[in-house]
Design a binder for this molecule. Structure first.
Ligand code: SF4
Length: 138
C-alpha cells in the first residue's frame, strides 16, 4: 500500500513540476501578434485559394497589416468590396485603437471591447456571397 502511495506522490509531484515548467516556457516563447491580423482575416473570404499570391488568407492578412495598406495587394475572390473592408481595418484610427489593447495581457493580445469597435468598422464575412455576386457582375 505504501508503495502505491509513494508512486502516486512521485507521479503527482513530477506532473506538477512539468506543468509549472511548461507554463513558464510557453510564456517565454509567446509570440505577440498584431490584433488587426485576426480582424482582417475575419473579413476575407476564407477560401485559402492562393489567388492573391499568398499561401492562404491568414498570410494575406499578415501581409496587409505588415504593409499598413492594401497597395499592390488584392484578393480576387472577395474583390473590391472585401478590399474596402480591409482598408477600413487598416486605417490609422483603427490601428490606434488596437495598439493599447495589445498591452492588456489578454491571451490573444487585444481587449475584446476594442476589437468589437474595430469590427464595427468592417462588414462581417456574411457579406461574402454578396461579394462574389458583385465580382461576377463586373
Ligand atoms: S485570394 Fe482571397 S480567398 Fe484566396 S487565399 Fe487570397 S485572401 Fe484568401
Amino acid at each position: 500500500m505504501n508503495l502505491i502511495l509513494i508512486s502516486m506522490g512521485v507521479l503527482g509531484v513530477t506532473a506538477l513540476v512539468a506543468a509549472i515548467l511548461l507554463y513558464f516556457v510557453s510564456q517565454f516563447f509567446k509570440v505577440e501578434e498584431d490584433p488587426r491580423i485576426d480582424l482582417v482575416q475575419a473579413v476575407l473570404p476564407g477560401a485559402n485559394c492562393g489567388g492573391c499570391g499568398f499561401a492562404g488568407c491568414r498570410n494575406f492578412a499578415e501581409a496587409c497589416v505588415k504593409a499598413g495598406s492594401t497597395e499592390g495587394l488584392a484578393c480576387p475572390v472577395g474583390g473590391d468590396p472585401t478590399m474596402d473592408e480591409v482598408k477600413k481595418i487598416l486605417t490609422p484610427a483603427a490601428a490606434e485603437e488596437a495598439a493599447p489593447a495589445a498591452q492588456t495581457g489578454d491571451k490573444k493580445g487585444f481587449d475584446p471591447a476594442i476589437a468589437e469597435k474595430i469590427k464595427a468598422l468592417a462588414t462581417p464575412r456574411a457579406a461574402f456571397p454578396l461579394n462574389i455576386a458583385m465580382a461576377q457582375n463586373k
